[in-house]
Design a binder for this molecule. Structure first.
Ligand SMILES: [Zn+2]
Length: 439
């Protein structure tokens, strides 16, 4: 968000390396690698559809079979009575750090899509997501360096981010991002507001960025929160927008344009809610026992309420969804009142309040991002896919908040230790760490 440019400058707290150093590594614990397991008599949400009663067989970190399976025995059986199993959640908008990816995983987010960050983390992220080994952190895809201008959003990325000037050869610039390992290209179209105008890419530059990404077979996704720049990005052929615009309600013509173009939208309502969701999460006993100090700290940074923004953003999500625009769930964590992992449980709730059915909101957090970002080994429960699974009490396809009542998370077929790292010395202080990324 934009105002949030200022907001984030103050409140981006990550990652004071020293504060994070005490995160315990469950990977080091003496837990033998399981030979797999059978989850029996469980409601299955496979990413798109519900099977009211079935089984999931896992071995070697992958799903071997799922659905209405013949009765079988297995040395390790989980009882699914009264429970629902879902694919591990995919957060389609974060700015990630390895330590925060442990917090994400403890709340069922098994994959994060980073929307601008230091590309130095990409090689390790690629190695992890190709492996089926036990891990304590969510897997990561990343845009790496974002495409923005000097002085533009993010004003201070927190690392040395190259910028586009009037002289930049944009195809070459995009090829450099591809060479760094960017999984997709993230551009920023952010003119700021009346009280804090920002330099930004020209419309012509955005068109060149999108075309250059497509020539390299990379998706181009954009930060655009204002109607005018959002619609321009759509017209220029962007594959997706990673916020919904919230300055004004979409007209019928706007909605038709987005639907016709085929762009997906990651609304990030949990940022635009200005703390509404954080307060709800902090009052939920299904959530609070599992929060790390960092998650609790971020959720507790409640800004002054601005309910009109959320109302407009939700109206736009409703209209876009009704027109068939693919909606993906993402949080933009970590920012004020918004934390890794846990805020995804709020984002899907927001999406249902904006008009998606609970099952549609769950698809937005699983199969839809896997489809649009080409993550072929995850996002659904199907034979051959990675055994990233979340088992919850009750039925989140009828009550979305049941997603908060997590029984077991499996990453690569291994159960995840949800114990929060509570013995942290002290929460990070405002102003520590890289300032002002996001977007
Ligand atoms: Zn962002």
């Amino acid at each position: 968000m934009t105002e949030p440019t200022t907001r984030r400058r103050v409140l981006w707290l990550l990652p004071a390396a020293a504060a994070w150093a005490a995160v315990p590594s469950f990977a080091d614990a003496a837990v033998p690698a399981p030979k797999g397991f059978l989850l029996r008599d469980v409601r299955i949400f496979d990413g798109r559809r519900v099977i009211e009663r079935g089984s999931v067989l896992v071995a070697g970190g992958h799903i071997v079979a799922a659905g209405r399976l013949p009765r079988m025995d297995h040395p390790v059986v989980y009882d699914g009575h009264g429970r629902t199993v879902l694919p591990g959640l995919i957060d389609s908008h974060v700015h990630s750090y390895p330590e925060g990816r442990a917090d994400a995983l403890r709340f069922g987010v098994t994959t994060e899509l980073d929307m601008m960050n230091d590309p130095a983390m990409i090689p390790a992220a690629r190695a992890q997501r190709r492996s089926a080994r036990k891990t304590t952190t969510a897997d990561l895809w990343s845009a790496g360096n974002g495409i923005s201008v000097p002085g533009g959003h993010p004003v201070n990325a927190g690392w040395e981010m190259p910028r586009v000037t009037a002289e930049t050869n944009i195809p070459r610039f995009i090829a450099e991002r591809a060479a760094e390992g960017s999984d997709y290209i993230k551009f920023v179209s952010e003119p700021g507001g009346a009280s804090f105008p920002l330099p930004t890419l020209t419309p012509r530059q955005i068109e060149q960025v999108i075309a250059a990404a497509h020539r390299l077979d990379l998706l181009a996704v954009g930060h655009a929160e204002k109607r005018s720049v959002f619609l321009h990005a759509v017209e220029a052929g962007t594959d997706g927008l990673v916020h919904v615009f919230w300055d004004v309600e979409a007209t019928a013509a706007d909605v038709r344009l987005v639907a016709r173009n085929g762009a997906f939208v990651v609304p990030t309502l949990s940022v635009i809610d200005f703390g509404v969701g954080a307060l709800e999460l902090l009052a939920d006993r299904r959530i609070t026992p599992w929060l790390s100090p960092e998650q609790e700290y971020f959720l507790s940074q409640i800004p002054a309420p601005r309910p009109e923004l959320l109302r407009v953003a939700m109206a736009n999500v409703r209209k876009l969804h009704e027109a068939g625009v693919p909606i993906l769930a993402g949080t933009d964590a970590p920012v004020r009142a918004n934390a890794y992992g846990v805020s995804m449980l709020m984002e899907v709730t927001h999406l249902t309040r904006a008009g998606l059915s609970p099952a549609e909101a769950l698809t937005a957090a699983t199969a839809a991002p896997a489809h649009h970002f080409g993550l072929t080994d995850r996002g659904r429960i199907a034979p051959g896919l990675r055994a990233d699974l979340v088992l919850v009490e009750g039925d989140p396809t009828s009550d979305i908040t049941a997603l908060r009542d997590i029984h077991t998370i499996w990453k690569n077929g291994h159960p995840v230790d949800r114990t929060p790292p509570s013995a942290r010395a002290s929460p990070p202080r405002a102003g520590v760490g890289p300032a002002g990324t996001g977007g």
